[in-house]
Design a protein around this ligand. Sequence first.
Ligand SMILES: NC(=O)c1ccc[n+]([C@@H]2O[C@H](COP(=O)([O-])OP(=O)(O)OC[C@H]3O[C@@H](n4cnc5c(N)ncnc54)[C@H](OP(=O)(O)O)[C@@H]3O)[C@@H](O)[C@H]2O)c1
Length: 258
Amino acid sequence: MSCNDKVILVTGGSSGIGAAIAIKFAAHGTKVAIVGRNETKLKNVSEECERSGSKPLVIIADVAKEVDANRAVRDTIAHFGKINVLVNNAGIGGNSSIMANDTMTVFDRIMSVNLRAAVYITHLTVPYLIETKGNIINVSSIAATCVLSKGDYAYCTSKAALDHFSRCIALELAPKGVRVNTVNPGPVKTDFVENMGTLNAYSDDVWEKLKTIMPLKRIGNSEEIADLVIFVASDNAGSVTGSSFFSDNGSLVRGAFE
Ligand SMILES: NC(=O)c1ccc[n+]([C@@H]2O[C@H](COP(=O)([O-])OP(=O)(O)OC[C@H]3O[C@@H](n4cnc5c(N)ncnc54)[C@H](OP(=O)(O)O)[C@@H]3O)[C@@H](O)[C@H]2O)c1
């Protein structure tokens, strides 16, 4: 993509995959707005973007709150005047059983960030994307198409819904020249597990074990997910809409009996 004159809004830009997306786009000269709640992490990513080539607009906001989501889009437009690419990347995990007392609490918390916030920010951003003939990338997961493990029903359901939402609006927005796609990572070492709160961070042993069960014997990293996002956002992917791009080291083709 010729990135110099483009503006990208990245939710969950304070950490992991979203941070890598922001930094890579900044290095391409794109004007970047990053959204998250953690001020310290946002500041670190902002400094990294600036070192890479472009100072981002930092927006401290909880995407699950409509008032914050509104402010994020409004501030991006006030600062940069337009939006070319929206990356709905903010996401959380969480475990619960369908038989547990906290089932609906966990379900609502995950859906409010992983699905509802993406739908609402898309709704707010679409008028600007129509103006720029821009595009949307929703950061989903392999969990959209497979069951990760017992207790992950809310997360898996949120990502399956995010994929189908993306296809539905890809059809609606195609006549307006706006493309919509998803990027679906497999395991990537980020702060995701720590941020789930209920679990301790994966130890290095767990990450090493994960590598051994991947067909490619490796796990992903945030930078390669960001590279895929850059391609899907670019004019080189001008014919691509309503598609999902998996970067998962082959985890979806693991044999059921291996
Ligand atoms: N890591 C993996 O293995 C993996 C695999 C497949 C898919 N994914 C997806 O990739 C995306 C990024 O995850 P990650 O691995 O980079 O995890 P991460 O390091 O925990 O990053 C999650 C990001 O989402 C933001 N976020 C969460 N809730 C938010 C809220 N209410 N308002 C604003 N921002 C919020 C966090 O920002 P603050 O904490 O600053 O609010 C953070 O920037 C998620 O959608 C996740 O589902 C990850």
